[in-house]
Write a protein that binds this ligand. Structure first.
Ligand code: SIN
Length: 530
């Protein structure tokens, strides 16, 4: 579902700008990397497709994991991450994550992040598949918003780094394996523009909008993965999609996340008959790895014929619930659910892509000058299933490593000027199609056929769907909505292809027709265009 470029252009006729460090995305990975590179004197520019706060980070509730508790250690965190990752983690990447995590989190504290405390100590919560309390949180259940606040302030006010909002990255400009910059669409001026840069850092998030039901904001359409793939970068592990087990499931209500921390505090899952069911599926019951809880919920939904189950906290002290989850309490109340008196209706929703642009331990991709960190990237730290609250940590740790690698080694310094001949022509003018309808159709199809439970027949039909849309690649994409649908189609097809190829079940990839993990599949699926 992809050609080299989404649109026709000629860089000689476009406005251009030159920087050292071009960062795409304004969540934790993008802003932290920008902040660190700026502090080291680099000329940094951040591009973001909508506003700075339109990110998954802003919505993150549960928190950020780091082995800082008295009884904890990076080794325990390492073990938990490996177990959740279902034997597919890159052990070195996990070592980096858990060993460097505490220092990065300490830095967030020094920058002014107000994590919750118990007395003078940082308060540490528990989430699924963690053997220790190691989740730092802020304002109870609004951790991401606090981190976003601090990093936005640092980038814009302290470091005075320019952030260009409503700039959509259309395509990367790569020649002979070297990335020179990118082509973007400036929404305010409704025109294409070019940014040349020594280094491009993709930190543009995942692809939750592939699915009809997701915790991700509308902007999360796989743009970074698709652009990197079109440019020839390796992309890896895309079949592993994490569904968050507990997302508010009200008819016509928002897909609002009910943090895993609620189960960490003692929340119990009950089916529509009021029965607690998770002990039947896993010894850790509600705190089993997410894929296990998700499948447990789906089975109960099927058994009872209901489209949801219930997360029950009515047995917990009211004050505890209010204090620990003010945001969830408020949102539920505003939607008519008093969670201290009744179960919260929940169902699984797409939450996180374990795969992404393949990187090494310093965030370098298979293209020189192109780096990636955060959810868009895949260094293998999450294996087949990410451990809760390791994602914010990942953005910090690998973002810092990119800056260290680039500015420490002088990578890209003194590179020749970019070739002036980047251009593309021959695509027919954009075809007017009903983009909203196509997006809905794709999301519904992905949920049904490439969702938490898959099988060959459905995956084959999914690939047939993508074949049916291939004619679109002969037409230019000229507006953000069109870029988005084209990127979703590209990434969706890669997810379906990888899911069909992997004839086993592991972590976030479950095949009804191959329900067991297979030793011969303890390996990665990597795609490169052509
Ligand atoms: C949650 O609060 O449950 C989400 C945390 C995560 O996805 O790591």
């Amino acid at each position: 579902m992809s050609v080299r470029y989404l649109t026709n252009f000629d860089v000689n006729h476009l406005p251009t700008e030159q920087v050292d460090f071009l960062i795409v995305g304004s969540g934790i990975a993008g802003l932290y990397t920008a902040n660190r590179a700026g502090a080291m004197g680099a000329r940094v520019l951040v591009l973001t497709k909508r506003t700075v706060e339109d990110t998954c980070t802003e919505r993150a509730q549960g928190g950020i994991a780091a082995a800082i508790g008295a009884a904890d250690s990076p080794l325990l965190h390492f073990d938990d991450t490996l177990v959740a990752g279902a034997d597919l983690c890159n052990r070195e990447a996990v070592e980096v994550l858990v060993n460097e995590g505490p220092e990065r989190v300490g830095e967030l504290v020094r920058l002014g992040t107000r994590f919750d405390r118990m007395g003078s100590e940082l308060a540490l919560g528990r989430e699924g598949a963690h053997s220790q309390n190691r989740i730092l949180h802020a304002s109870g259940d609004a951790t991401g918003a606090e981190i976003q606040r601090v990093l936005s302030l640092q980038v814009r006010q302290e470091q005075k780094i320019p952030v260009l909002e409503r700039h959509f990255v259309v395509d990367l400009l790569v020649r002979d394996g070297q990335c020179y910059g990118l082509l973007a669409y400036d929404e305010a001026h409704r025109r294409l523009c070019v940014f040349w840069s020594r280094v491009v850092v993709m930190a543009s998030g995942g692809a939750g909008q592939l699915y009809a039901y997701t915790t991700n904001p509308e902007v999360v359409t796989g743009d970074g993965i698709a652009a990197a793939y079109r440019a020839g970068a390796d992309v890896m592990d895309l079949e592993f999609i994490q569904f968050h087990p507990t997302v508010l499931a009200l008819r016509n209500g928002p897909p609002f996340l009910i943090s895993e921390a609620v189960r960490g505090e003692g929340g119990i899952l009950r089916n529509a008959l009021g029965d607690r069911f998770m002990p039947r599926y896993h010894p850790d019951a509600e705190l089993a790895p997410r894929d296990v809880v998700t499948r447990g919920i789906l089975s109960e939904m099927e058994l009872t014929g209901e489209s949801r189950v219930y997360l029950d906290v009515t047995h917990l002290p009211t004050e505890q619930v209010y204090a620990r989850f003010p945001n969830i309490t408020r949102t539920c109340l505003s939607l008519g659910i008093n969670l201290t008196k009744e179960g919260i209706p929940v169902a699984p929703a797409a939450h996180y892509v374990m795969g992404g642009i393949k990187t090494d331990l310093q965030g370098a991709t298979s293209i020189n000058g192109l780096y990636a960190c955060g959810e868009v990237a895949c260094a293998g730290a999450h294996g087949a299933n990410r451990l809760a609250s390791n994602s914010l940590l990942d953005g910090l740790v690998f973002g810092a490593r990119i800056v260290e690698r680039v500015l420490g080694s002088g990578a890209g310094r003194g590179r020749a000027n970019p070739p002036v001949t980047f251009s593309n022509s021959g695509l027919k003018p954009e075809k007017p199609i009903n983009l909203v309808a196509l997006r809905r159709q794709l999301q519904k199809m992905m949920l049904e056929r490439v969702g938490p439970v898959r099988e060959a027949d459905g995956l084959g039909r999914a690939l047939g769907f993508f074949d049916g849309q291939r004619f679109l690649t002969g037409f230019a994409a000229e507006e953000p909505e069109t870029f988005e649908i084209r990127n979703l189609l590209t990434v969706g097809e890669l997810v379906a292809e990888a899911a069909l190829a992997r004839t086993e079940s592991r972590g976030g990839h479950y095949r009804r027709d191959y329900p067991q993990p297979e030793e011969r599949w303890r390996k990665h699926i990597i795609f490169r265009r052509h």
